[in-house]
Design a protein around this ligand. Structure first.
Ligand code: ADP
Length: 450
């Protein structure tokens, strides 16, 4: 009997123990499962959030039409690119895929098709992916705004056509004159006529050479390789402008113009590529000769206002109507095409001037009244402004960031040395930086009084 009780007891105890163990295991499994479930939920919520963020922020439009052709998903970018988003895929194709063959390509059973769609001033690239699903095909539409690339491509084509047109004009003259020499034979022509013809060929070849040089310069600006050719130095602007206008007096006389240069204020040296600056100003003066009034005056003013220096070139000529002002610095732009051509203009001069001014961290602007005057103003950073900017760069990065501040860095090094400061820029004490600042201001004030 005792044995039976003992067996039953053992059975009960082991059952209870087993139940307890089972319950705790079940709890553990449940806990593990709910943790897993929880993790899964969090993960999918994060993925959903992430997907939503991507869809909101990418500048690619995305639409999704399910196998019933119903719009299921569309993001903000697609709304910005399309006037309206149809809720049915067929309506979408009717609206945006008819003239560009998108629709017909899809009808042919292709599993992707693309096309360009034009909307007012927007060009949108559309790509449709067909996804084969068990219920039938669904469609993902991707949209990209390609207006900028489109515009650039148009400009590139226009540029190439302008270049070939400009090259063709002197080339045609060279061909005509050389043909006449061949046809008539050199012996048939009088020496004076012969001289005239050959001179014409020579002049036109010079024109072509000049055009090719200008185009090369512009392409080195576009490719950013012009920076390598820049020779920036500290320049005494009033002196350089006086010398330049002096050297153009002969040209002024030939053009029956009076050329003057007036230094309005003294100033510290500026940091520029001297030959580029000379090219800028001589180009503006030559234009003033070309388009200025007969027996008129061309005045150059050089001055200094707070942190900037200015060079103004003013003529009392034909002026430029205000609707041309915003285009005047564009490549190949001429106001009066036939007159400009007669004067040998190709519409590249001011485009080059603007690029060179900007390379030297300056700006150029135009003020003009038709029939009265034109005044081009070049503004460049004053020497002390560049020195201050350079000091900031050196203390922050240990080096100058461009050709202009590189040139100023050499002068700053000398300045620091003369003050007994070793130019280990990144480890300078704030008090040392401050002392250099004060010295820059002192030297500037001194130079402005000269
Ligand atoms: P171009 O080689 O034709 O002179 P520019 O780029 O130098 O080319 O000038 C563009 C156009 O701007 C010129 O064709 C001319 O019509 C106009 N222009 C430039 N400078 C002057 C000026 N000082 N007065 C009047 N018109 C000017």
């Amino acid at each position: 009997m005792e044995i039976i009780i003992a067996v039953i007891l053992t059975f009960i105890i082991t059952s209870v123990l087993a139940w307890l163990i089972f319950r705790s295991e079940i709890k553990k499994i449940k806990g593990r499962h709910s943790r897993m479930l929880n993790d899964l939920l969090l993960e999918s919520r994060a993925a959903l959030h992430f997907n939503r963020l991507i869809m909101q922020t990418i500048d690619l439009g995305v639409l999704y039409y399910d196998s019933n052709n119903q719009l299921i998903l569309s993001n903000e970018a697609s709304g910005n690119m399309l006037e309206e988003i149809p809720d049915d895929f067929h309506k979408f194709l009717n609206r945006y895929g008819k003239e560009n063959n998108l629709s017909s390509n899809l009808v042919l059973g292709k599993d992707e098709a693309d096309a360009i769609f034009s909307l007012k001033n927007l060009q949108v690239y559309l790509k449709v992916h067909v996804v084969q699903e068990s219920e039938g095909p669904s469609h993902i539409v991707l949209l990209r705004d390609v207006s900028r690339q489109f515009r650039e491509e148009q400009q590139r084509k226009e540029y190439v056509s302008n270049v070939s047109h400009e090259l063709r004009t002197p080339l045609t003259t060279i061909q005509t004159y050389s043909e006449s020499l061949i046809d008539w034979g050199i012996n048939e022509k009088k020496p004076a006529q012969l001289h005239k013809d050959v001179s014409k060929i020579y002049e036109e070849s010079l024109r072509m050479e000049k055009l090719i040089d200008d185009l090369n310069l512009l392409s080195s600006v576009d490719e950013n390789s012009i920076h390598r050719q820049m020779r920036v130095e500290a320049v005494d602007l009033p002196r350089v402008m006086k010398d330049l206008t002096e050297s153009m007096q002969m040209q002024a006389k030939d053009n029956q113009k009076t050329l003057t240069c007036m230094v309005v204020s003294h100033m510290p040296n500026i940091y520029v590529d001297r030959s580029q600056l000379e090219r800028v100003v001589s180009n503006l003066i030559s234009n003033a000769f070309k388009y200025g009034r007969e027996n008129g005056t061309v005045q150059v003013y050089v001055g200094y206002i707070t942190d900037e220096v200015y060079i103004k070139v003013r003529d009392d000529g034909m002026g430029i109507a205000s609707d041309h002002h915003k285009h005047i610095f564009e490549r190949f732009y001429r106001v009066d095409d036939s007159r400009a051509r007669k004067l040998g203009g190709r519409g590249l001069g001011l485009a080059i001037v603007k690029e060179l001014v900007e390379l030297n961290q300056g700006t150029i602007s135009l003020k003009s009244t038709l029939g009265e005057y034109s005044e081009f103003t070049v503004m460049l950073p004053g020497g002390q402004k560049v020195l201050r900017q350079t000091l900031v760069e050196l203390v922050r990065d240990g080096q100058a960031s461009n050709k202009i501040t590189e040139a100023a860095a050499q002068d700053l090094e000398q300045l620091a040395l003369s003050m007994g400061i070793v130019a280990k820029w990144k480890s300078l004490q704030p008090s040392e930086v401050n002392r250099i600042h004060i010295e820059i201001e002192r030297l500037t004030a001194e130079a402005s009084k000269r």
